[in-house]
Design a protein around this ligand. Structure first.
Ligand code: GDP
Ligand code: ZN
Length: 306
């Protein structure tokens, strides 16, 4: 039949499940030409929009891939050089879930996620869950640094239902990549939004374990009102996505704006004279916590693993 477009919602061992614009799902293979390109990098990944020819037996062939709007991707070293690995194609937002307590919010890890979002130019939404444990006022104090930087914060409780409708509204119609430490309530939140979703995500995560191979998204979970959620449990374990120390200042909005004012144009903002960034820290215009995150990430300090 005639080729038609759809989105890859599942990838496994060379087979791609594509949800067609008509609503039906087709299990596809790659056209040979695309398969050869696949050796240097992921030509097709979950989230990609693809053109499919459906064969008489109901299976499909992926003929072409639409240019990606954006991607969560990285250069993975291999024995034969590097491979451009696409963890997720076309995410509309990175949803970063942290708990207000139990476990204590690790804002250093949040800053690290925000750097990834900035580098890959993906809008970030912070979800502060378990507000029931500390109260809204205290919760807003904990996350107060972020809204002025342009990162919205949603306060939720999967336990009481607080903020669940607002979270739902932010997810509908979008492809959201969900990340955050374990135990913060990611599955519980999805469960509160749509019961079978939380269960599905939770079970896939158990099976996948904690290894590095869990970083690539294998499956999108559809939302009843439209849109998808992709679980990214491995995101925190990645090194900073090939980020060079010199580019890091560009991924902190409050630092980025000041860089041009530093005396040296290769200023590292660590110890140089005439540094506008250190000046702003001294004046309280940049939060010391964020500056500390910058320094640590710049020094290449690895986040302690869970
Ligand atoms: P995940 O590892 O991020 O998927 O976290 P889970 O959804 O498995 O939740 C971890 C624990 O936190 C479970 O015992 C949940 O019942 C609990 N939990 C989740 N959300 C909330 C919340 O909003 N308030 C409270 N008090 N506990 C929560
Ligand atoms: Zn400087």
């Amino acid at each position: 039949s005639d080729p038609a477009w759809g989105q890859v919602v599942r990838a496994q061992s060379g087979f791609y499940t594509v949800r067609m614009s008509g609503g039906q799902s087709v299990v596809c293979r790659l056209r040979g030409r695309l398969k050869r390109l696949h050796r240097q990098g992921d030509v097709v990944a979950v989230g990609d929009w693809v053109r499919v020819t459906v064969l008489p037996d109901g299976s499909g062939v992926i003929e072409a891939v639409a240019p990606r709007q954006r991607a969560l991707e990285r250069r993975a070293p291999t024995a034969r050089g590097t491979y451009q690995q696409v963890l997720l194609a076309n995410p509309d937002q990175l949803v970063l879930v942290f708990a207000c307590a139990q476990p204590e919010p690790r804002l250093r890890m949040l800053d690290r996620f925000l750097v990834i979002a900035e580098k890959q130019q993906i809008p970030a939404l912070i979800v502060a869950n378990k507000v029931d444990l500390v109260g809204l006022e205290r919760a807003q104090e904990i996350f107060a640094i972020y809204p002025p930087l342009g990162y919205p914060v949603l306060y939720t409780s999967a336990k009481t239902g607080y903020g669940i409708e607002a979270l739902k509204a932010h997810l509908i119609g979008k492809l959201s990549a969900l990340a955050g430490p374990s135990g913060v309530g990611k599955s519980s939140l999805l469960n509160a939004i749509q019961p079978e979703l939380g269960l599905a995500v939770g079970s896939v995560r158990e099976k996948g374990g904690k290894g590095r191979h869990t970083t690539v998204v294998r499956q999108l979970f559809p939302l009843d009102g439209g849109g998808y959620v992709a679980d990214m449990p491995g995101l925190r374990t990645l090194a900073l996505w090939d980020t060079q120390p010199e580019e890091l200042d560009g991924y902190f909005p409050e630092i980025r704006d000041l860089v041009a004012l530093c005396q040296f144009n290769d200023c590292s903002h660590t110890n140089e004279p005439g540094c506008a960034v250190r000046e702003a820290v001294a004046q309280g215009k940049i939060h010391p916590q964020r500056y500390e995150s910058y320094l640590r990430l710049r020094a290449g300090e690895e986040e302690e693993s869970e």
